[in-house]
Design a protein around this ligand. Structure first.
Ligand code: SF4
Length: 234
């Protein structure tokens, strides 16, 4: 049972009504450089789905909350492969809201792609097929979506997955560091600490990580340094 606010956020998915088994709601598909995670710097095709059930305080893809085009899965695969780039990232919005997401992953894997999914972490990731690498967000208090975390996903991490914390403040840093330590996350997966753009200085976060010798990686949004923080489709 979803609350009224979440139901409103999900309303744009009605565009898929009756076509859930053949179409996905797609915001954009484009080729660029992977900007975050240990894959940063690699050429990558992005498949961005529309609609998100969360509203993070620092969200930089609010344009994907609504709109989008109901697109046949065959067409999504065709467009993703048309760039001839091996690495494909499915992002959002929240990709796990799309009923056909597992099928899309399987189709891309079968085509020989290396597939990444970036998820906000509020949905069960066990629907993601083996072989896909999940970049799992854990929402901090500063995101104002901490309550939405599905912590069961930490037990579903697989080889090649990564966990990302976007930090807005020292409070977020302390909260995240405590979770990493409590769950031994650094021994099970790659842990990324990312400063929220415009809210926390990268140099400040770097200093905290060094001072504490915290076993995490400083993760910067590379695409924002290359093209600026507001440019879309890059
Ligand atoms: S989960 Fe991602 S897309 Fe959704 S509101 Fe948060 S940052 Fe934006």
């Amino acid at each position: 049972m979803v609350d009224a606010a979440t139901a409103e956020r999900l309303r744009p998915l009605e565009k898929l009504k009756g076509r859930e088994s053949t179409h996905l709601l797609i915001n954009e598909i484009y080729a660029s450089i992977q900007g975050e995670s240990t894959h940063a710097g690699r050429a990558c095709v992005f498949v961005r789905t529309s609609v998100c059930n969360q509203r993070c305080s620092y969200c930089d893809t609010a344009y994907a909350f609504t709109g989008g085009e109901a697109m046949r899965i065959d067409e999504v695969v065709r467009q993703a492969l048309s760039h001839g780039i091996e690495l494909v990232e499915i992002t959002g919005g929240e990709p796990l809201l799309q009923p056909l997401l597992p099928s899309l992953c399987t189709r891309l894997l079968e085509a020989g792609c290396e597939v990444l999914i970036e998820t906000g972490g509020s949905h069960d990731t066990s629907v993601i097929p083996e072989g896909v690498h999940t970049i799992l967000d854990i929402k901090t208090p500063g995101s104002r979506e901490e309550h939405a975390n599905d912590y069961g996903n930490l037990q579903r991490l697989r080889t090649g997955d990564e966990v990302k914390f976007v930090l807005t403040s020292r409070q977020d840093y302390d909260w995240s560091a405590a979770l990493v330590t409590r769950e031994n996350l650094h021994e099970r997966t790659t842990v990324l600490f990312s400063p929220a753009w415009g809210l926390l200085e990268p140099a400040q976060l770097a200093a905290w990580i060094v001072a504490d010798q915290l076993p995490v990686r400083l993760n910067l949004q590379l695409h924002k340094y290359v093209w600026g923080p507001t440019k879309r489709g890059v």
